[in-house]
Design a protein around this ligand. Structure first.
Ligand code: MN3
Length: 208
C-alpha cells in the first residue's frame, strides 16, 4: 500500500510531476517567481540527481517510497535518500496547498483536529511553533499516528512515514521556499500558508 496515492507511484526513472495549479495560482503569498525556482529548479534537480544515483543500481525500477524506505538510516545511501525524500516531500507540499485555501477546516478533518488538539486554535499554535522553530532547513507536518493527529517537524529531507506516521499536510521551511517572497520573515510565510493556502480537501483525503 502506498503512503499517499496522489504522490508519484511510478518506478525509477522519475519525471518531475506537473504542479497541480498554474504557477501564479498561489499569489500573492507564493509568487510565480518562487514557484519557477522552487518547482522548476529545486524540485527538478532532486529528480535529476535521484535518477542519476539509482541508474544501474539495485534501486532502479523501484518506486519512490520503496527507495526512501530502503535507504533511510543508511549512511552510505544518504545521497539517494536525501534526493528521493526531497522529491516525495515537494510533491506532497504542492498538493498541500491550493488557491483560495486556508482558514478553519470543516467536516471530518475539523472534528479530528478538535479531538486531537482540543481546538483549531491549539492546532494552529502547535503548527506555527513547529514550522518556525525547525532550526535550519526542514519541514513541519500534520500527521496521523495511532489514531490521533499530531504536529511534527523534520530536518533537511526527513519524512515522517519512516517512523510510522502518516503525512496529512506539510509546509516546506527551507529558505528557498519563502526567501524571494518573505526574505527572513518565516513566521509571516507560515501564517499566510495557514490563512490562505492550506488544501483541507487534500488533508481530509489523507485521513485513514
Ligand atoms: Mn523546497
Amino acid at each position: 500500500m502506498s503512503i499517499n496515492a496522489k504522490v508519484d507511484q511510478a518506478k525509477a526513472p522519475f519525471a518531475l510531476p506537473a504542479l497541480p495549479y498554474a504557477k501564479d495560482a498561489l499569489q500573492p503569498v507564493i509568487t510565480a517567481n518562487t514557484l519557477e525556482f522552487h518547482h522548476g529548479k529545486h524540485h527538478n534537480a532532486y529528480v535529476t540527481n535521484l535518477n542519476k544515483l539509482v541508474e544501474g543500481s539495485d534501486l532502479a525500477g523501484k518506486s519512490l517510497e520503496e527507495i526512501i524506505k530502503a535507504t533511510h538510516g543508511h549512511a552510505d545511501k544518504a545521497g539517494v535518500f536525501n534526493n528521493a525524500a526531497q522529491v516525495w516531500n515537494h510533491s506532497f507540499y504542492w498538493l498541500s496547498m491550493k488557491a483560495g485555501g486556508g482558514g478553519k477546516p470543516t467536516g471530518a478533518i475539523a472534528a479530528k483536529i478538535d479531538a486531537s488538539f482540543g481546538s483549531y486554535e491549539k492546532f494552529r499554535e502547535a503548527f506555527v511553533a513547529a514550522a518556525t522553530t525547525q532550526f535550519g532547513s526542514g519541514w513541519a507536518w500534520l500527521v496521523e499516528e495511532g489514531g490521533n493527529l499530531k504536529v511534527v517537524k523534520t530536518g533537511n529531507a526527513e519524512v515522517p512515514f519512516t517512523s510510522g506516521a502518516t503525512p496529512i499536510l506539510t509546509i516546506d521551511v527551507w529558505e528557498h521556499a519563502y526567501y524571494l517572497d518573505f526574505q527572513n520573515r518565516r513566521p509571516d510565510y507560515v501564517n499566510a500558508y495557514l490563512d490562505k493556502l492550506v488544501n483541507w480537501d487534500f488533508a481530509s483525503a489523507n485521513l485513514k
